[in-house]
Design a protein around this ligand. Structure first.
Ligand SMILES: [Zn+2]
Length: 171
């Protein structure tokens, strides 16, 4: 059976009716509270064992993640113009990381001034790879900046940006 979430586009941002974030939209939480968004994602992944019976929240959540990663896949390497997959990250888990919001392809990264740096993938999941909350947050800020998000982007604007992505965009 084809993945139905590929064809389905929600009508608007998903507003939570209860819980700690009641009144906020999933889009706002993704933009401004990546720590809680990732916790909600883990909870969802634990509970959504049957992909054919997703409720509206689960369906919207998965749509958001898939669309964000489609958007991230359109980022181009600032050196060669080929698809960019990573950002350089300098530091260590003890001292904390500094993330460079410059999308690069692995080949250009390997021959740049960042060749000895760590890297973070341009993906919504990438902040999960860092242990400390401040690194998670900084990684997320760098990913948003690398994708050209305005600082004051609203949940509604993010929704519209993601909803406009063509299903056949290169991945
Ligand atoms: Zn490149």
């Amino acid at each position: 059976m084809p993945q139905q979430q590929e064809e389905w586009t929600p009508a608007g941002p998903y507003r939570l009716k209860s819980g700690q974030h009641a009144g906020q939209t999933l889009e706002q939480i993704l933009l401004h509270n990546i720590i809680d968004f990732l916790k909600m994602k883990w909870a969802l992944e634990r509970n959504a064992s049957n992909p054919l019976h997703l409720n509206g929240y689960q369906r919207h959540f998965q749509w958001l993640i898939a669309k964000f990663d489609q958007l991230a896949a359109t980022a181009l390497c600032r050196e060669c113009g080929q698809p960019a997959k990573i950002l350089p990250a300098v530091g260590s888990s003890q001292e904390g990381y500094h993330f460079v919001p410059q999308p690069l392809c692995p080949a250009c990264c390997a021959k740049s001034q960042w060749q000895r740096a760590s890297t973070v993938s341009l993906s919504l999941r990438a902040p999960e790879n860092f242990r400390s909350q401040s690194d998670k947050k900084r990684a997320w800020e760098a990913i948003k900046a690398a994708l050209g998000f305005p600082k004051k982007i609203t949940g509604q604007q993010l929704f519209e940006l993601l909803a406009a992505i063509n299903h056949h965009s290169p991945v």
